[in-house]
Design a protein around this ligand. Structure first.
Ligand SMILES: [Ca+2]
Ligand SMILES: [Ca+2]
Ligand SMILES: [Ca+2]
Length: 171
């Protein structure tokens, strides 16, 4: 991220798809606390959301969005609960590297560096390139789908009808 000028706490900035950021002064240094992103449009509807190394709040649209996981303690909300929102821990754009322990029923995904994502309205979860543990939710009104990607993964869809997709596992 490029530097942005600011001169007060909690200032709103416009910077590409980063719509707001909250800054605080900690020990005389700027502590970049949160980003709130508006995402970039996807072909066919919905938006792409790329996190930052810091704590992000990513709120999707009522269409099918794609969230690329990143380091930090992030809040990720797919938006609506009916469409297929996807959360991807494969480490696109070097935003994340490591395994996950995911529980969609609890709405919590623990990353191997200790950071924790709080997630809701995610119906398709794509694991990391390492060894993951993935539990789905008990929702029965819509299917969920999971893929472990590389590594030795443990996947339990829990209640409801769920799909496990191996199409993305590379050879
Ligand atoms: Ca959505
Ligand atoms: Ca982040
Ligand atoms: Ca994996």
């Amino acid at each position: 991220m490029e530097a942005v000028e600011f001169n007060s706490f909690n200032q709103t900035v416009e910077h590409g798809n980063l719509r707001w950021a909250r800054f605080e002064i900690v020990d005389g240094e700027i502590d970049y606390q949160n980003s709130f992103q508006t995402g970039t449009p996807r072909d066919g509807g919905g938006r792409d959301y790329y996190g930052t190394p810091e704590n992000d709040i990513l709120i999707g649209t009522a269409e099918s969005d794609w969230f690329y996981a990143s380091y930090g303690n992030d809040i990720i909300d797919g938006g609506g609960d009916a469409e297929l929102d996807r959360l991807d821990y494969r480490g696109a754009y070097d935003l994340y590297s490591g395994s996950i322990v995911a529980d969609l029923q609890a709405g919590q995904i623990i990353k191997s560096n200790g950071d924790v994502d709080t997630v809701s309205n995610i119906r398709r979860l794509i694991g990391s390139t390492e060894d993951d543990v993935i539990y789905g939710s008990d929702r029965t009104d819509a299917w969920e789908s999971f893929s472990g990607d590389r590594g030795n993964d443990y996947i339990d869809g829990q209640g409801g009808n769920d799909y496990i997709w191996y199409g993305r596992a590379p050879e």
